[in-house]
Design a protein around this ligand. Sequence first.
Ligand code: SAH
Length: 459
Amino acid sequence: MERLPLFFDVKGKRCVVVGGGEVALRKATLLARAGAKLHIVAPELDDEMASLCKREGAFVCPIEFQPCCLASATLVIAATDYLDVNTAVSDAAKALSIPVNVVDQPALCTFIVPAIVDRSPILVAISSGGASPILARSIKRLIETLLPARVDRLALLLRQLRDAIKGKIRGFDDRTRFWEKVLEGDIPELVYAGKEDEARKRILDEAKRASAARGEVYLVGAGPGDPELLTLKALRLMHKADVVLFDRLVSESILLKLRPDADKIFVGKQKSDHAVPQETINEMLVRLAREGKKVLRLKGGDPFIFGRGGEEIESLAAAGVDFQVVPGITAASGCATYAGIPLTHRDYSQSVRFLTGHIREGGVPLDWAMLAGEQQTLAFYMGLSGLQIICDELLAHGMDPSMPVAVIEQGTTREQKVSVANLVSIREQILVDEIKPPTLIIVGRVVSLREKLDWFRAP
Ligand code: SAH
């Protein structure tokens, strides 16, 4: 590229034209169209130039060119028939770093004036880099025939609507797609046919539809049961969602906080009751979001802790669906707190492990030797049916048989029940207490603190 094309704002700026003849007139006319403050330097003016100067209120300097004529000029065009004058203008301008054009003499120019197709605000500028102004002009004629006559009206309409559309369609990419769709459709034809009001209405209608149609999935942790343990963000999105997919673990009192007119779909999820398979849930989320819905995927506890939340958003990401994830209070944290059991304690436990007690064929693949050690707390999720195996493994790996164990049923809710015993006696205790799932099992010395710290009384 020999030169950098730019569109120069000369409105109200002093632009000097040296010359008073026909060529100078053409350049002065162009500058006047762009709103420049004309300053004409020429000992004599042609009639037409004189009347342009009058019409435009140009400042006329009726003298031979002198470098002082360029004082505070924004740009200068030399259009005289005399090489020495043109060269003097070029030299003086270059010395003052003022952009200069000398008509038909590219070597003397720091800028050239392109051939233009003016359908303002659409402006096409063509340059042959001084190689052949005639070729540039023939390309200009070609473009003139290609450009719709009313493309200026279209550009003005789009300019008028820009801010309104920005307010309706917030994402930059979404907006780009929207405008591309508008321009590829039949709306431009309406403008070219003079039906601008109809075109305006159509664009605004399409924008309304586009902004409404952008679906999204909110993967939200609902906490362990007590509705007051919902985060503010969870609650806000629960009020916004059009459709809700929820698990068995989400409590009734939390479901009451959903928008009453939202569609509520139960997707089960319980060890023995996979009401809807995971793949189907993933597909449902994608399909509903693509229908333009705000979809709430509400999960018990925290979606990223034994919640398969990662898998669900993986399929959303792969499908290009927008999503947000909101953490929730996980069962271990909620149940332990409401049972008066601190998960860590300076004297008894320096770490806490969240473990699955879900028994597969061949047992739970856990490092039992490590888990049997002191000074830690074990929190087992999904462990009730595997409690026997958990206790047996810990005992077999050397854990103290008197190690306290708590089994918390429906923690944080009004139905909360807590069964406390030790590694040996807990199985019998849960039968006496008639403990049923869902339960969280806590193994560790911290469980004994419950004697002093038990605070929760169901309302
Ligand atoms: N994502 C959830 C866990 C899902 S796995 C979370 O972060 O809490 C399901 C298991 O969580 C249940 O089997 C049970 O072990 C535990 N759980 C969830 N809510 C519970 C509650 N209120 N009381 C006791 N256990 C609960």
